[in-house]
Design a protein around this ligand. Structure first.
Ligand code: CO8
Length: 262
């Protein structure tokens, strides 16, 4: 399938998504969000045909410079609610697809761009990456999950400071405060490393990776006691899978496991 505002490429179970509006610094309009939704919903139901996702922005200047400001300038409150729901829905799809998603950030990741990156499992970035939630400068508030997710990366006090001031965060600070997992000299280097990471994860049982992701996500809701209960129930559930039996037997038989995703 071909899209108007995104590019997709598939290689050995790895899906690479590129936001493709470089003349608008890959800003997120309704079309981009709807196209992302289609792709991610397909992954959700493809039975682990896709084993990992990498998302990046076309060009060297921007990952995503935010939600489309021109489009928002013409919205009524109801339309803004619809747009917010669409963007939040896409961010939730990134967060809940049963495979790892790496945001590969090159250049600007502002507003909705920072929010999309934070809905991925983790963030790789180049030295020229610039993060921020500048919504207050436009008299907006973050609307694609930033008020909720930024604090999960950097803590609530830092997230307040960043959201209230709308200031930019350069790469050294982004790495120091835990927003970014790894930093690279160039976009090519970053993409190669992300492919390598996803390749390592793809060699495990997809079922088990999906369970790790599900349990980590579910644990976000609550305190340690409930989180440990969720983990215990997830731990129990994998004992009914063929892959867990295979993983344990292969170790004892001193051979490489062969996982089937069952
Ligand atoms: N939306 C639409 N167009 C954009 C955006 C954007 N977010 N960012 C850049 N562009 C466009 C510019 O308008 C320009 O287009 P044109 O050539 O037609 O004039 C083109 O991209 C290139 O941009 P610049 O010329 O401005 O490039 P510079 O290198 O001079 O500046 C900046 C780059 C600093 C990134 C600058 O473009 C900028 O400040 N952009 C806006 C950043 C921003 O404020 N982002 C947050 C937006 S708000 C948001 O994301 C809210 C999310 C939640 C929404 C919930 C809705 C309910």
């Amino acid at each position: 399938m071909s899209y108007e505002t995104i590019k997709t490429e598939r290689n050995n179970g790895l899906l690479e998504i590129t936001i493709n509006r470089p003349d608008k610094l890959n800003a997120l309009n309704e079309t981009v969000l709807k196209e992302l939704k289609v792709v991610l919903e397909e992954v959700k139901s493809d039975g682990f045909e896709t084993k990992g996702i990498l998302i990046t922005g076309e060009g060297d200047k921007a990952f995503i410079a935010g939600a489309d400001i021109k489009a928002m300038s013409e919205m009524t409150p109801d339309q803004a609610e619809g747009f917010g729901s669409l963007g939040q829905g896409v961010s939730r799809l990134f967060e809940t697809v049963p495979v790892p998603v790496i945001a590969c950030v090159n250049g600007f990741a502002l507003g909705g761009g920072c929010e999309m990156a934070m809905s991925c499992d983790f963030i790789y970035a180049t030295k020229n990456a610039l993060f921020g939630q500048p919504e207050v400068n436009l008299a907006l508030i973050p609307g694609f999950g930033g008020t909720q997710r930024l604090r999960r990366f950097v803590g609530i006090a830092r997230s307040r400071e960043l959201i209230y001031t709308g200031r930019n965060v350069k790469i050294d600070e982004a790495e120091k405060i835990g927003l970014v997992s790894r930093v690279f000299e160039s976009k090519d280097e970053m993409l190669s490393a992300a492919r390598e990471t996803l390749g390592i994860v793809a060699s495990k049982s997809p079922l088990i990776i999906a369970k790790c992701k599900e349990v980590i996500n579910q644990g976000e809701c609550c305190g340690i006691e409930s989180g440990l209960e969720i983990e215990k129930s997830g731990f129990k559930s994998v004992f009914s899978t063929a892959d867990t039996k295979e993983g344990l037997s292969a170790f004892l038989e001193k051979r490489k496991p062969e996982f089937t995703g069952k």
